[in-house]
Design a protein around this ligand. Structure first.
Ligand SMILES: [Zn+2]
Ligand SMILES: [Zn+2]
Length: 363
């Protein structure tokens, strides 16, 4: 890369992704300028690419994709004291406005005026340079790789979801969906005390279910087109040794939510993590009469410190989740692989791989 060149993966409309030069923004007093090292591709990036956005976040102008990134601090704003130039950091892409009512009660993750990225108005960070609030950058210990740093974002999603349903030691946990977020939820649920876990996904993504098994799921279930809801519920309960205490639903699909409700014990808790069907029909009489708590999770709520700690301490191992590596120039191919669900976590390297890893070839 030529010095001071800022190439970015910019989305202009559905299936119109371009690599183009963008200006490098100077940091404000409370910001840092980062040179992005690694960016993982997320399901929401794929939604943007295929459909031009999702829900209220439809594209209104070209935006830079990407939000699961790690980088190197290159410049400090005048008031930044907790970071120094050269620090390796994980980037939390959700940043509230800091002054609204939601921010003041600690719900910055759903602040309406926030600089969450990528959204309609804010660029993501699949670009050589990115300027961001310094307090949303978390320093990585030397033993954590830049790839692991990039995966702290989806791990934080999973930790937040687990916290929202209060996963406790001895819980039996059902995880619906074996994509990157589902697998992160499996890792987080086990770290939080789940003793038995079952992961479901479609039979055509058997490779993801195999990885769930490798990551320590008690059992996995491959769903076929003709499978009946009743049968899936009894298979789940057989693997768990009874109904689920907690559920992390990562598909947002009607079948996923229906089966989640039906598999949960009375007074159990379900967190809806995935975005899928806009409208669904659910067995609500069953849910209400059995007092099942159904909650939702959007992004994370100051979960990066825990994410850094459980990776840095070796408490969890995220390395098996990475399936592909691409350079920025091959970003189109990276997105093609991501949108075909061929792999698991797909990494785009904006700086040649391992340049900033202290543990070389760690993954
Ligand atoms: Zn993501
Ligand atoms: Zn706010």
């Amino acid at each position: 890369m030529a010095p001071n060149q800022n190439l970015a993966a910019v989305l202009y409309g559905p299936n119109d992704l371009r690599l183009e030069e963008r200006p490098i923004e100077q940091p404000a007093f409370d910001e840092v300028l980062l040179e992005v090292d690694t960016c993982g591709i997320c399901g929401t990036d794929v939604h943007f690419l295929k459909e031009g956005g999702f829900g209220a976040q439809m594209l209104i102008k070209p935006i830079v994709l990407g939000h699961e990134s790690s980088g190197i601090v290159r410049k400090l704003g005048s008031k930044v004291t907790h970071l120094k130039v050269g620090d390796r950091v994980a980037i939390e892409p959700a940043a509230g406005c800091r002054t609204c009512d939601l921010c003041k009660v600690g719900k910055y993750n759903v602040c309406l005026n926030g600089k969450h990225c990528p959204t309609q108005k804010h660029d993501g960070n699949c670009s050589n340079y990115f300027t961001h609030y310094a307090d949303c950058c978390f320093k990585l210990p030397d033993n954590v790789t830049m790839e692991e740093g990039a995966m702290l974002e989806p791990l934080a999603v999973a930790i937040y979801a687990g916290r929202k349903v209060d996963i406790r030691l001895g819980n039996k946990v059902l995880i619906f969906g074996a994509g990157p977020i589902g697998l992160m939820c499996l890792v987080a649920a086990k770290a939080m005390g789940a003793t038995r876990t079952v992961v479901l996904d479609l039979a055509r993504v058997q490779h993801r279910l195999d990885l769930a098994k490798k990551l320590g799921a008690t059992g996995v279930i491959a769903i076929n087109k003709d499978d009946k809801e009743d049968d899936l519920v009894s298979k789940i309960q057989k693997i768990l040794g009874g109904p689920a205490d907690r559920v992390l639903e990562c598909t947002g699909s009607q079948p996923g939510m229906r089966i989640s409700i039906r598999s949960t014990r009375n007074a159990g808790k379900i967190c809806l993590v995935g975005l899928g069907n806009d409208d669904v029909s659910l067995p609500m009489v069953d849910a209400v009469s059995r007092e099942i708590d159904i909650t939702t999770a959007m992004r994370y709520n100051h979960d990066f410190p825990a994410a850094v700690e459980i990776v840095a301490s070796g408490y969890v191992n995220l390395k098996p989740l990475i399936s592909h590596h691409f350079d920025l120039k091959d970003v189109h191919e990276a997105f093609r692989v991501a949108s075909q669900s061929e792999g698991n976590k797909i990494m785009v390297h904006l700086i040649p791989r391992d340049t900033n890893n202290k543990n070389k070839f760690a993954n």
